[in-house]
Design a protein around this ligand. Structure first.
Ligand code: NAP
Length: 244
């Protein structure tokens, strides 16, 4: 029977590409969304038309209650989750002095606490089966820091620490935990950037490319595959060489 992957924040952007990546490799796909119900349900429908057993599940990952409810539903519809991809995230550009406590808490609630909630919710099944995979989406800014994105960079750095510690703890249970830290990818997250800024980022990237969601999806699918059975606690960085 096909394995199940749960991709958080899969209604659009990188998450959507990751959902497609797993579908193409024969997985069952749980598409999580928070606000974009229509897009998520449409994606699930497209995946089913492709021949993949897929469904959309609503939950704000920052809510423990909603995540636990979602997991019960995923389990009922698609069985136990073999691989969790903690992809849901938000971005915000602000001077550090202008970041409010609410901005800070919201950033960490979604990007860091969301991963913690989802990982704890999938773990009982993984531990029982002594197999599983957790892949956390960080960012190159979590590795080197970005000006005017201090809370985003700090949260994405926390995701890397979370990955490494959890990998050590869960290794003996045969559960691998890895991280993907993308460079600049053309999604709605970057819609606020002017064409000039985006072009500047492209030229600053050694490969002179802006990434596509598929570039990230390939890295995630590789880490979930048996080919990566000896890889845990690592940060894979599809970023065109921006951060080396
Ligand atoms: P995006 O296009 O803005 O999509 C964000 C996704 O996250 C949406 O599906 C959204 O779902 C979901 N989301 C937001 N808040 C949520 C919540 N509370 N609960 C559940 N889902 C939530 O962003 P993206 O560019 O695809 O980014 C995906 C991930 O890659 C993020 O973690 C981001 O930090 C990381 N990343 C992106 C880039 C880049 O250049 N784009 C670079 C490095 C890392 P709804 O619309 O349904 O709310």
């Amino acid at each position: 029977m096909a394995k199940t992957v749960l991709v958080t924040g899969a209604s659009r952007g990188i998450g959507r590409a990751i959902a497609w990546g797993f579908a193409r490799e024969g997985w069952q796909v749980a598409v999580n969304y928070c606000r974009s119900k229509t897009q998520a349900e449409q994606l699930a429908e497209e995946l089913r038309a492709f021949g993949c057993n897929a469904a959309a599940f609503c939950a704000d990952v920052s809510s423990r209650q909603q995540v636990e409810k979602m997991l019960l539903e995923v389990h009922r519809v698609l069985g136990p989750v073999h691989t969790l991809v903690n992809n849901a995230g938000i971005a915000q550009q602000k001077l550090f002095s202008d970041i409010t406590e609410e901005d800070w808490d919201n950033m960490f609630a979604i990007s860091v606490k969301g991963g913690y909630h989802c990982a704890q919710a999938v773990l009982p099944d993984m531990l029982r089966r002594q197999e599983g995979c957790i892949i956390n989406i960080s960012s190159m800014w979590g590795q080197v820091g970005a000006s005017c994105e201090v809370h985003y960079s700090a949260a994405k750095a926390a995701v890397i620490g979370f990955t490494k510690a959890l990998a050590k703890e869960l290794g003996p249970s045969r559960i691998r935990v890895n991280c993907v830290a993308p460079g600049v990818v053309a999604t709605e997250m970057n819609a606020a950037l002017s064409p000039e800024t985006l072009e500047g980022l492209r030229l600053e990237t050694p490969l002179e490319l802006i990434g596509a969601g598929e570039d990230i999806a390939f890295a995630v699918c590789f880490l979930a595959s048996e080919k990566a059975r000896f890889i845990t606690g690592q940060v894979l960085a599809p970023n065109g060489g921006f951060v080396i």
